[in-house]
Design a protein around this ligand. Sequence first.
Ligand code: GUN
Length: 293
Amino acid sequence: MDTIIIDGKQTARSVLQRLSAQIGQLKQSGHTPGLAVVLVGEDPASRVYVNSKVKACEELGIYSQKWALPTETTQEELVQLIRQLNADDRIHGILVQSPPPKHIDEQAVVLAIDPRKDVDGFHPINVAKLVLEDPTGFVPCTPLGCMELLSACGIPTQGKHAVVIGRSMIVGKPMAHLLVGKRANATVTIAHSRTADLPGLCRTADILVAAVGRPGLVTADFIKPGAVVLDVGINRVEDATRPRGYRIVGDVDFASVQPLCSAITPVPGGVGPMTIAMLMSNTVKACKLACGA
Ligand code: GUN
């Protein structure tokens, strides 16, 4: 089968180009979108993500603040910072990189963020708006990026059976809501670690989204020929042949799955680049909503 390898880098570039024009217009009317990115602790992967988010802001002309706080930061100190950012008119979006150190209650931190600045879409108000299909809400960036990829590639979703593997609040659940919503009109099954006969269920999927964080979980026996496969996994696996000693792989065993499907996202270069592009998009949206543009 001729498989389309979905190019997330290219789609992300075109999203960013579109945003750049919108940012230009906002600036002309005296409004500069602003994003605060908060990292607590030393997690190396989180540090890389945070730096790329700040870099994306700089490249687009979005005002940004990076807050790198020590591991010992208390919950109260973090919430205090969030209150300060809630009150800062230059800041339209606030992102606290997940996961925080163990002593921090992540849900309490999310609750402290003004829902109008919650560009991650993690606040219960925004979760509710997603379920209600209220367009003033913020949708988590990774599933939003998956939907953008499907639409940019002209992949139809209406009436299709989508199986989402993973029930996280960051990807699986919001992804399922977007797919079942009135824009996409798919029929959706959410699968998870206790699902019976996962390969058999996945073989009924026209669109399969893997978002569990288990390298190579999805193999050829999960795939209906012609299915579209979105691989959200970003897993580090040891690889002594690489300078860093590891390589990044998805949740999908690309080599065995790719020949069977009509379209598939690679890892890296698939869903990953879209996440940051959608964060920029949510920040611009927050600015527009704040200034009434
Ligand atoms: N960690 C992994 N993905 C994300 C994300 O989308 N937002 C935040 N805040 N942390 C993450």
